[in-house]
Design a protein around this ligand. Structure first.
Ligand code: ADP
Length: 367
């Protein structure tokens, strides 16, 4: 069993830099966990502590049922794939992949068997006699993965493995990693700053910021029920629109008053929003939950707003509208058939069942 658990784990670098701050995380056996967050949030440091490449300042880490705090990296039964691949330039692909097994004194036949098996899985059999410089970036990344696979570790640790690839290769390799994962049936911990990678690969996503876990849940929970404004803004493309305004109550109904427009909350939200009556809040609405009124049948004045359309960006399958209410700017993602005029006011309908509200002090989710 290869579950990994972190209890109250911190990393304090010299000069009192708290890179990781008391994190608690449990990764299940065979789970694909993604650590995601902006640069400097402590993802790599967390992974490196699990790997044994970085000393743990406080807290405890278990791999399987072994407390590994004092176990050196080589004895942790993990394999790590790095962003820069870390291949030996003077060795062939075969030698690169077999190096770790040789060091561990595996029999020659076993090494041959494992390298060929991994090369087969990754489609790199024909490159076994080449050196890294004779390979493309994507091929090198496969070799780096191959070197990890031959070890048959309990846990795979991957640190931004796709970030050196161009956009097209990255998407290809993402699906490859997905397939690999299904085939290997083992535990993966994957670090990335790319929210799309996190959403598409993770069974669960752990969103980090400032050395702390902001939320850890499955991708759709993270997207639909973000724990706070940070998570809501970090996950999703284009990022969720955040507007400022006030909650008001009229005739027993609650409204969000942006200054230039008012929209009515759905009744399910009344209980949670009641303490905020008369207060400023952040209003969050995703681009896909705003529609051009021309194409909506169930619009009412209570969910319709007016805004100037400043830019129209056709992307083929959809169109981005960049809008300005006179107070806040925001983006709508609408169908390809929408062709509003630029620099004209237009009516837009907000799906009020999907919006979020965040506390202005704590930034925690209200709804
Ligand atoms: P991420 O992987 O999320 O980009 P890191 O884990 O690499 O972030 O770094 C987290 C924080 O720790 C950053 O502020 C970084 O500058 C700091 N840091 C990382 N390594 C060291 C180090 N060896 N010495 C001092 N500070 C470090």
């Amino acid at each position: 069993m290869a579950q990994v658990s972190l209890r109250d784990v911190s990393k304090v670098y010299k000069g009192d830099v708290r890179a990781v701050d008391k994190i608690n995380l449990g990764i299940e056996n065979k789970e694909f966990m993604v650590l995601v967050g902006p640069s400097g949030c402590g993802k790599s440091t967390t992974l490196r502590m699990i790997a044994g490449l970085e000393e743990i300042s406080e807290g405890k880490i278990w791999i399987g049922d072994r407390l590994v705090n004092d176990i050196p990296a080589k004895d942790r039964d993990i394999a790590m794939v790095f962003q820069n691949y870390a291949l030996y330039p003077h060795m062939t692909v075969f030698e690169n992949m077999s190096f770790g097994l040789k060091l561990r004194k595996y029999p020659k036949e076993e090494i041959e068997r494992r390298v060929h098996e991994a090369a087969e899985i990754l489609g790199i059999k024909k490159f076994l006699t080449r050196r890294p410089k004779q390979l493309s970036g994507g091929e090198r990344q496969r070799v780096a993965l191959g070197r990890a696979i031959v070890r048959k570790p309990m846990v795979f640790l991957l640190d931004e493995p796709l970030s050196n690839l161009d956009a097209k290769r990255r998407v290809q390799m993402r699906t490859e990693i997905h397939k690999l994962r299904l085939r290997l049936q083992t535990t993966f911990i994957y670090v990335t700053h790319d929210q799309t990678e996190a959403m598409t690969l993770g069974d669960r996503i752990c969103v980090m910021n400032d050395g702390k876990i902001q939320q850890c849940a499955d991708p759709m929970t993270i997207y639909d029920k973000p724990a706070n404004k940070f998570v809501a803004s970090f996950i999703g493309s284009p990022p969720i629109n955040i507007m400022t305004g006030k909650i008001i109550k009229k005739e027993r109904k609650y409204y969000f008053d942006e200054g230039k427009f008012q929209v009515k909350l759905v009744e399910d939200m009344y209980k949670a929003i009641a303490p905020y009556e008369g207060k400023e809040v952040f209003f969050g609405v995703r681009a896909e939950d705003i529609y051009d009124k021309l194409f909506v049948t169930e619009a009412s004045p209570e969910n319709t707003i007016r805004a100037a359309c400043e830019v129209v960006e056709p992307l083929g399958s959809e169109v981005y509208l960049y809008l300005n209410s006179g107070k806040n700017t925001f983006v709508a993602r609408v169908g390809a058939h929408n062709k509003p005029d630029v620099n004209r006011d237009m009516d837009l309908v907000i799906d009020m069942g999907k919006v979020h509200f965040f506390d202005q002090q704590t930034e925690a989710t209200i709804i």
